[in-house]
Design a binder for this molecule. Structure first.
Ligand code: NAD
Ligand code: WQD
Length: 340
């Protein structure tokens, strides 16, 4: 592969910004496309601090076909695309489904059209374990049946996977991978970039760090009466830096080896931790108490979800390297930095 240019839609966001760093570390030239609907320009300063370079940015809406097409016109020899840009709040998607279908599917369709027009062959897509719903058998493998997810957000991931798969089968030029993320947590160990939840966080770890930092009164544990060893829900939490590295591996695989036009990979640690285990581990790692109460179950939560990630290990040569302790320590270091 001659060109090293990788378009990173949503590259200013949480997972995108960490992936930009890893692309840079592996000799790629990441180009960010973002409208800052859920991120801040300050991330570019952080990326400059880590990489020592100004990362190129196109600011605008990926669902605008003219805007996205013009980027490929200007950049000409783009080697591949990683598509992160999407809205991701499960709760908001239930209130405003059209906002989610329109942005998440509109941006994908505009991108696929522009890629075809400019003969860009390789795509890595951000999908989610939410496509498995409440799986009957755990851990989930890529052969676990995909269901219609509970939320419109989750459904945009299922439909996006279908669109990409069909497009890759029909148009032999396209080779694509969907990466099904489990629960990314943590931040870059430099504490220069991390997750910037806007408003009240809905995810567990940012809620914990904000509670300990004093920005929230207390965490509510959503249910302690599940059929799990301690009664709270179990998830597969992986460090965002490990997750970011998987995208570089996925691109390398697409460039070098992939025979099938389309494939899917789970990205997780292979282990589950309960909400109480996360709280206990956080208290141990950080040395501070988490103020919490036990509340009702949250609608739509599945009791247990964790990955079998052997396929990513076998084909992408990827597995997680960082521990839960690393991730929680890095989350806290990042929280301290943004609380200043
Ligand atoms: P994020 O909100 O931090 O990043 C998404 C970025 O995309 C933001 O910078 C936002 O401004 C941008 N964006 C959104 N719509 C856009 C548009 N139309 N045009 C241009 N930019 C746009 O989210 P994240 O946590 O980094 O997630 C990245 C991707 O991974 C998303 O597709 C998300 O659905 C998926 N995902 C996330 C998780 C998770 O737990 N964070 C889990 C599974 C899948
Ligand atoms: C984790 C656990 C909660 C907050 C979501 C999306 C999923 C994917 C990842 C994008 C659960 C419990 C949480 C709180 C709590 N995203 N919890 N109190 O629900 O596994 O997945 O993010 O694709 O699609 O649904 O992650 O971090 O919200 O919750 O007790 O204040 O923590 O019940 O068991 P989840 P989460």
């Amino acid at each position: 592969m001659e060109s090293k240019k990788i378009i990173v839609t949503g590259g200013a966001g949480y997972i995108g910004s960490h992936t930009v760093v890893e692309l840079f570390n592996h000799g790629f030239e990441p180009i960010i496309v973002d409208n800052f609907s859920n991120s801040e320009k300050s991330v570019l300063v952080g990326l400059r601090e880590i990489t020592g370079r100004n990362i190129k940015l196109f600011e605008g809406d990926c669902s605008d076909p003219n805007f996205i097409n013009d980027i490929f016109k200007v950049e000409r020899d783009v080697a591949g695309v990683i598509h992160f840009a999407a809205y991701k709040s499960v709760g908001e998607s239930i209130k405003f489904p059209i906002k989610y279908y329109s942005n998440n599917l509109g941006s994908l369709c505009a991108l696929l059209e522009a890629m075809e027009q400019h003969q860009v062959r390789y795509l890595v897509f951000s999908s989610s374990c939410t496509v498995y719903g409440a799986a009957k058998k755990l851990p989930v493998t890529e052969n676990t049946p995909v269901v219609t997810p509970f939320s419109p957000y989750g459904n945009t991931k299922k439909i996006s996977e279908e669109i990409i798969s069909q497009e890759a089968q029909n148009r032999k030029q396209l080779k694509a991978i969907s990466l099904r993320y489990f629960n990314p947590i943590g931040a870059h160990p430099s504490a220069v970039i991390g997750e910037l939840p806007i408003g009240v966080p809905s995810n567990l770890v940012p809620y914990i760090t904000q509670t300990v930092a004093g920005a929230r009164n207390q965490l509510t544990v959503f249910g302690d009466d599940y059929n799990t060893p301690d009664g709270s829900c179990i998830r597969d939490y992986l460090h965002v830096v490990d997750l970011a590295k998987a995208h570089v591996k996925a691109l390398d695989y697409l460039f070098d080896q992939q025979e099938d036009p389309y494939d899917v990979f789970n990205l997780g640690t292979g282990h589950g931790n309960s909400v109480f285990q996360i709280i206990n581990e956080f208290e141990k790692v950080v040395g501070k108490k988490v103020n919490y109460v036990v509340g009702d179950r949250r609608t739509g939560d599945v009791p247990v979800m964790y990955a079998n990630a052997d396929k990513a290990h076998q084909f992408l040569d990827w597995r997680t390297e960082l521990s839960l302790e690393d991730a929680l320590a890095d989350s806290w270091r990042w929280q301290e930095k943004i609380s200043l």
